[in-house]
Each structure stands twice: as structure tokens, then as C-alpha cells.
Design a protein around this ligand. Sequence first.
Ligand code: GMT
Length: 379
Amino acid sequence: MKIAIVCYPTFGGSGVVATELGIALADHGHEVHFITYKQPVRLQLLHSHVHYHEVTVPNYPLFHYQPYELALSSKLVDMVKLHGIDLLHVHYAIPHAYAGYMAKKMLEEEGIFIPMVTTLHGTDITLVGNHPFYKPAVTFSINNSDVVTSVSESLKEDTLRLFDIKKEIYVVPNFIDLAKYDNPYTACQRDLIAHKNEKIITHISNLRKVKRIDNVIEIFSRILEKMPARLIIVGEGPEKKPSKKLCKELGVYDNVSFVGNSHEVDKILCFSDLFLLPSEHESFGLVALEAMACGVPVISSNAGGLSEVNIQGISGYLSNIGDVNEMAENALKILESPEVHAEFRKNARKAATKFETKNIVPLYEEVYNKALKSISGRI
Ligand code: GMT
């Protein structure tokens, strides 16, 4: 199959999932065309079945906002015709499903019928897409996709609750290539970042309010009261400055490393002892799964789809949003006993196997076949 994947090329989970999916599909023999405004961060082009086409938006001074959707839909039309693409898979409803729909319609005028699969990732539904300024367009794009998928049961429920959806939504969870995270723990160079006796606590996100970085720092400061520890905060975003301020106020600044965006998430997780994700919303929590794949227990909130990934008392613990006391207690429960810690490490890794690439990618292939079937009468 020739598949066009549209995604955000940045460090966000939706772009990571789309990229990993494209690579896995190419490994299955499909021809994959990434169409976006920048090369996705995790995409290496050394694969004969993977292609990347850049969308450029000419900068015209008359426009206050440059029309990316227009450029994207035109690019999709051109690429479908040039490469004989069979199917569009758009990740993130805004504006990708909207642009994909326009491309479909333009192609139909020329007698080319191509199905569109839309994957909902979370923020396109729970945060941005639900805004009255976007809601009609998001509802329209979902209802006019040939097949719609969401990354968790929780996100499916949210979508059905918040929008007037007439389509069936198929849940296809995010996935992980466990072999990539197969670093033997002992080989990890933890002394690069922490002193020998310090526990390494990690948080990775785009440092937005929804991630509750203040809670991350509060939990960490309670851990630090009981044992030597270092907090590693990976990522860039608007909460970085206020977070540094909070670290100073709580007197933990010297024990926290803000390392910015990283291409070496697997290496950082390899030497982490515990992962914190106390988010306000989280449709899935791909980064929690990445931590678990490295055998790192997760202390998280119970927001959204997190309970579908992090298993209470097995791979870590979940608490109500904002309950930093309980989160800190649970963190200490794991860290204070080497035996308990080892058990959680082992179980976290085991729980991650449910989401192995080989279990999930065939579900997307099924979805593609469904989408192709849905338009077969029109071809
Ligand atoms: O978490 C973010 O802010 C980034 C966002 C994105 O759109 O990339 O992540 C969403 O999609 C990820 C991949 O499916 C999920 O793992 C994240 O849970 C989801 N984020 C939220 O729901 C807040």
C-alpha cells in the first residue's frame, strides 16, 4: 500500500507515534510518504520505502496568518497524483483532517478517490479542538473521515462526549519498539548526570501547564527530604521559567537539571529510577510507556488514558490530579526499598509489552483495509 502520513514534526507524542508508525509500516513493505512542514524529529530517511515531502508556505506580507492548510492540501493533491498514493493517514484533527478532507474533494473532481483515516491524539480534542472557534471544523473533519481512530478508550469517550460524532471511533493504542529500549541498566552512564548515591527522577514533556510541572517539583522536593536525588526535566515550553522559579523557592534548584529537548530520551530513561507524570489531561501518555519500556516505574495522575497504560501497584502508582502528598508517598514506597524498586522495574517493562509495535501496527493495517473498502464502490 502507498500511504501518506500527515503529522506534526515536533517532539510531541502525536508526531512521534506517526513517525514510528510510518517506519514500522515501511518495514512491513508499505511505501510511506511523510507530508509535513519539517522533517519529523524521529525520522531517519535511511529506508528505501520512506519518503519525506516538505510543505512550504510562501510568506506573503498581505496575510496576517500564513495559510498552512491551503499549502498542505495542495501538496497532498500533488503527491497523491505524483506517487499514486492509496490512502491518507492524518494524525491530529487540527488542521490535518480539515486539509485532508479538502485534498480528497479536490482529487474527487479529477476522478481520484482516496480514503482518509484520522487519528485523534488528545489535545486536538480535549484542549484545542473543543474551543468554540474550532469545534465546528473539528466535528466536520471527524465526521467526514473514512475511518477515525483514537489512541485510548478514554479519548474515545471524551470525543463522543464533547463533539456530535456520527462515525464509529476505533481505539488503536500507541505502541513502542521494545528492542529500541533494550539498554541493560548497568551499562547506563548515570554518573554523567548524577552523583553515585543520588536517585534519578525524570520528567519529560513539552512543559505546558497541562503537565503540572509544579507538581513534579513538589513531589521531587518531598523525595529529596528523605534521600539524595536529582530531578531531570527534559523538554522545552512555557512552564520552564516558572518551574525554575519554583525550584528556587523550594530550595531544590541545585538538585534539578533542565536539559531541554533531547533526541536521547531512551538514554536518559535508561539511567532513571522513577518517572513522574502528574498531568491534568493525558489521552494516553506515550512518554510513560517509553519509561516503562526502559523498566522505569511511573508515578502519574489518573487523568484520561493514563490508567490504560500505567497499572496501579504494578508498573507504578496513579493518584487523583494534584494529590502530590500521595504521589510523593508512593514514590518513596518504591524508591526506599531496593527489592520493591526491582519488582516495579521488572513489572513496568512487562506491562509495556502489551503495546509492542508488532501487536499494534497490524491494527492500523486493518483500519486501512476498512478505509479502502469504504470507498471501493466509488473507485
Ligand atoms: O502531550 C502533549 O502535550 C503532546 C500531545 C501531542 O499532540 O503530541 O500528546 C498527545 O498525544 C500523545 C500521542 O498520542 C499522547 O500520548 C498524549 O497523552 C497526548 N497529550 C494529551 O492528551 C495532553
